[in-house]
Write a protein of this length. Sequence first.
Length: 89
Amino acid sequence: QYATNLLLVISRFSCSCKANASANWRSQEKRQAVYATRRIAKGEEICISYLDTKQARTEVRRAYLEKKYGYTCMCESCVFSTPESDNNR
């Protein structure tokens, strides 16, 4: 029951390579929890990352998301990526 309900909720979060929230499994409670990773402005979309974005360069992140989820990431980090911004990750 948890997995069915959980996936329906968690799957509604959009992905961003500059996420403002993180989803973590709480094994003792057998549920997923979503936590803000920075201040989220009123009306701002809550986004999680579907992959580890700290080390991967833009082309690697985009290729992974294309292959695994079938879409090209158009988040702010990918669209406005530069070699310098990739090096600062």
